[in-house]
Design a binder for this molecule. Structure first.
Ligand code: BYC
Ligand code: FE
Ligand code: FE
Length: 480
């Protein structure tokens, strides 16, 4: 291993020896003011002057890579940090499997590689834009701090992709880096590239579901790109994954705490029926069926991010050695997939059926399957909480055909169990599965800020432990 220490002296902290790479350093320094303008315009609204207790990456050593301190967000040290280069690393899969990993862009795959990097890069600022209004309704300073931590790190992930574009893609890389600052989540004329990143994150339950489900797509995609034969991309993604773990922690524990508070309040009030929504809502907590609907919404929106079940793009990216499978290095097969099949859920004569497809074409489906397994683990932990209170209710992930806009099932309407519905039935029953206007209004009514130190809004339980082992009365954000 080849650890290059992190240089904190210049404008852009880095472990890629920017100091000796004058061309790239200049390019990034030129991009920097536009980034700060973007952050000030589109980053967290109303808290840019506040002191936030944030972690900053100061090393890429897995044992101690972060330091915690109060920072004003626009002064956060967004750096370029790559995991250490592994000596003699080989391309792990595809037609070039076993060859030396590329340290420069392989010319024949340039366009494909750039597209993957741009798409990855586009999601990062998009999520910051989607979450920019949430600070004002934070249920506690602890939660507000976690939101801002996620936001600054998504900003750093944008830097990570922009570094690759600036260093390895010349003029068109520079243009793409510029365009990443121009697109806007939800803008009808210049939207972000992928569907889910143009949706709203209107409230904190959506934020927790987003960080649970959508940041987990980030994890899966980064794991697949961390396998890349293009070594700089692999190293970048490996370090991003270290940060990603916290984002999913925020989501998983956030939803857990909402569920816990609901169950506690129900028990205290002697309510056993989770479907007695009117009674539960009188307690100022979010009823379990509405939590289920939010999960349905964010899970189905996120499934769309895996692309089409059968995809030539995915086959090409694998065959060329650019994007692998989830933890490719732990899989035991020929890593080429030129023969062999993979079962894919398809729509056949209006019925949902499993069909074998060529393994190479089915890679999006395969990653999505791995994703669903990963999602279910945390859902099981949520259900343990409900079970612990003896309340007869279970959160269940909806069927993959439910509420889809991309792929096989975008042509049909299905219920959460995967039964095909007519358009008329779907319209009639939509609000059984997805948040209705009434549900949204109720959740919105709960979104009252709770900025007192150590206090939490009515609808969410406090966390078990503080960030960086801080006590319950720690002032995570000094609001200014
Ligand atoms: N929306 O061959 P197909 C994260 C397009 S999240 C709109 O099936 P492919 C994060 C597709 O572009 C991780 N369009 O697609 C999380 C293609 O268009 P063209 C982000 C879509 O390429 C939270 C056409 O349909 N990273 O990091 O196999 C917070 C045919 O599609 C969509 C990545 O995604 C869609 N959902 O798969 C912050 C990794 N889906 O080219 C951050 C990089 C498909 O024919 N991206 N289309 O005009 C990829 O690996 C792939 O591009 C995708 C799509 C998996 C996204
Ligand atoms: Fe990210
Ligand atoms: Fe993330």
């Amino acid at each position: 291993m080849n650890i290059v220490s992190v240089d904190y002296d210049g404008l852009i902290p880095n472990n890629v020896e920017l100091g000796t790479d004058v061309r790239v350093k200049r390019a990034l320094e030129k991009w920097h003011p536009g980034y700060i303008d973007w952050w000030n315009d589109m980053g967290p609204e109303g808290f840019q002057k506040s002191l936030v207790y944030l972690r900053t990456a100061v090393s890429v050593d897995p044992k101690g890579w972060a330091k915690f301190d109060y920072v004003r967000m626009p002064e956060y040290r967004w750096g370029i940090l790559l995991a250490p280069q592994l000596d003699g690393r080989k391309i792990p899969f595809g037609a070039h499997a076993g060859e030396q990993a590329w340290q420069e862009v392989p010319g024949e795959y340039r366009a494909m590689l750039r597209r993957l990097i741009v798409i990855q890069g586009d999601t990062e600022p998009a999520s910051v834009e989607q979450q920019r209004h949430l600070g004002k309704t934070a249920p506690s300073l602890y939660d507000m701090r976690n939101l801002f931590q996620v936001n600054v790190e998504e900003g750093r992930h944008l830097w990570a992709m922009v570094y690759l574009l600036q260093k390895y893609f010349g003029t068109d890389g520079r243009e793409e880096a510029e365009a990443l600052l121009q697109r806007r989540s939800g803008d009808p004329d210049t939207p972000r590239m992928l569907g889910a990143f143009n949706e709203k994150t209107p409230d904190w339950l959506s934020f927790f579901m987003f960080t649970y489900f959508t940041d987990r797509d980030g994890k899966m995609q980064l794991e697949a790109l961390a396998q890349s034969g293009f070594d700089p991309l692999s190293r970048t993604c490996r370090f991003m994954l270290t940060e990603e773990a916290h984002h999913m922690f925020v989501g998983e524990t956030g939803v857990t705490r909402v569920i816990q508070r609901t169950c506690e309040a129900m028990k205290e009030a002697g309510i056993d029926d989770p479907y007695d929504i009117a009674k539960v809502r009188k307690l100022g907590v979010i009823d379990l069926p509405t939590i289920q609907k939010k999960a349905n919404l964010h899970f189905s929106l996120t499934l769309d991010l895996f692309g089409n079940e059968i995809s030539t793009n995915a086959a090409n990216a694998f065959h060329s050695g650019l994007k692998g499978r989830f933890r490719e290095d732990r899989l035991k097969d020929d890593h080429k997939l030129e023969s062999g099949t993979y079962p894919v859920l398809r729509l056949v004569d209006g019925q949902i059926k499993n069909e074998d497809a060529p393994a190479l074409s089915a890679l999006n489906m395969r990653l999505r399957d791995d994703y669903v397994v990963d999602c279910n683990a945390g859902v099981g932990r949520w259900n343990k909480v409900i079970e612990g209170f003896g309340i007869p209710f279970q959160i269940k992930l909806p069927h993959v055909a439910f509420h889809r806009n991309i792929g096989e099932f975008s042509k049909i309407k299905a219920d959460a169990q995967g039964n095909v519905l007519s358009d008329a039935e779907w319209s009639k029953r939509r609000s059984d599965f997805l948040p209705s206007d009434g549900d949204k209004d109720y959740i919105e009514s709960l979104m009252q800020p709770q900025f007192d130190i150590g206090k939490f809004a009515s609808w969410i339980a406090p966390p078990k432990v503080g960030i960086d082992n801080k006590p319950g009365d720690f002032e995570y954000v000094k609001i200014a």
